[in-house]
Every structure is written in C-alpha cells, then in structure tokens.
Design a protein around this ligand. Structure first.
Ligand code: 5GP
Length: 193
C-alpha cells in the first residue's frame, strides 16, 4: 500500500534493535483517514472469505481492525492483555512474548464472543517474530474457530515472523513490508496488497 509506505518514510523513526516508531499515525496518535484505508484494503482482499469476526490484540491493532470490521459488516474483538474483573465467563487465553517490551503477557478473549461457528480474520499492527500472531491463532484454535487469514499493517521482513507462520494454511497479507531498518534509512520489499 503505497500511501502507507510513504507515511512510514515521512513519520516513522527507526529506533534501537530493529524497532520502528510510528506513534504519529498508528501506535499512539492515530490517523483515522489512513486507518480507514488500511481497514478497507484488508476488507476488500477478504470480502469473499465469509469472515464473521475480526480479531486483534489491544492496543494498536484496534484501529485497523475496527475499520476492517466495519467495512466487512462484522464485529471486531480485541484480545485483552489484562483480565478485567467483569470478565466472569470462561476465557480463551494464550501467552505472548512481546518483542518490544521483552516480557511475556497473557491475551484473553471471552468464549462468548468467539466460537466454533466463527471464521476469523486476524489483524495486527506489526509482524516481527510472530508471537502476537501465534497468540491470536491459539485463541482461535481454543474456540474451535477457523481462520481466514492474517492482515498485518507493517511487517518487518528481516525478522522471523513470516517464516514461522508459513506452516499455517491461511494467507498472511501485509500492507507494508520493511526489508531493512536503519537510522534514517528504511527500505521496503514488495507488499502483498
Ligand atoms: P511479534 O509478536 O510478531 O514479535 O511482534 C508483534 C507485536 O510487537 C505487535 O503487536 C507490536 O505491538 C509489537 N511490535 C513489534 N515490532 C514493533 C516495532 O518495530 N514497532 C512497534 N511500535 N511495535 C512493534
């Protein structure tokens, strides 16, 4: 998605250890126009897939996932990183190692929102080593839900996430794929859509 690549070049900052800061438009301040186009692009790609739910992880996956869900006309679920006292029902839970925070956290979804009747589109802001995506996949597997695909806003292709996910039968679709990330120098490889 050329507009996204241009925005990464304009507002993205490469910081230490292969981390890209995009807090101008995605991970802190959110550009709704750009996120709407991101969500629409995922929705267009998966429109014939019979999606019933869009599933992401809080916090930064929510904006693109919500727009994709709206365009597909289905609900969006965000896996929660902390268990709320109001979550009394049975939870689908997975452990995720965070690349940026270097800690392990749990993600949880209530089993009343994701069931074996669902065909899920997974969405996240970044793909690095694939741990967050695997957490979402595990939550879907626990629910018995099938997975139509994984939509990633920014993939860092120099990390292992994509190869880790190749074992799954569904497509991984990234809108921007970063080949290398150095201070003041971000290069892209061909994106999926
Ligand atoms: P993974 O689980 O694939 O290793 O990393 C994906 C998760 O880590 C994403 O949900 C995202 O929150 C965070 N993440 C990974 N790499 C980056 C990065 O370069 N910049 C930012 N802002 N977040 C990242």
């Amino acid at each position: 998605m050329k507009e996204l690549e241009a925005r990464i070049l304009k507002d993205g900052n490469a910081i230490a250890d292969g981390v890209l800061k995009v807090d101008q438009f995605l991970t802190h301040q959110v550009d709704p126009d750009l996120m709407m186009k991101v969500g629409q692009t995922f929705a267009d790609y998966f429109k014939e897939a019979g999606i019933t739910k869009v599933v992401t992880i809080e916090t930064s996956g929510i904006a693109p996932a919500l727009y994709a869900a709206q365009a597909l006309g289905v609900p969006m679920i965000f896996a929660r990183k902390s268990k709320s006292l109001t979550m009394k029902e049975e939870l689908l839970t997975s452990s995720v190692y965070s690349f940026t925070k270097q800690t392990t956290f749990q993600v949880s979804v209530s089993n009343k929102f994701l069931t074996a009747d669902d065909h899920a589109l997974l969405i996240d802001d970044f793909l690095a080593n694939g741990q967050a995506a695997e957490g979402l996949i595990e939550v879907c597997q626990q629910a018995g839900a099938s997975i139509a695909g994984l939509g990633i806003v920014i993939e860092k292709s120099f990390q292992d996430g994509r190869s880790l996910l190749e074992k799954y039968p569904f497509p991984v679709v990234s809108l921007a794929r970063i080949a290398s990330l150095k201070e003041n120098e971000i290069t892209f490889t061909e994106a999926d859509i």
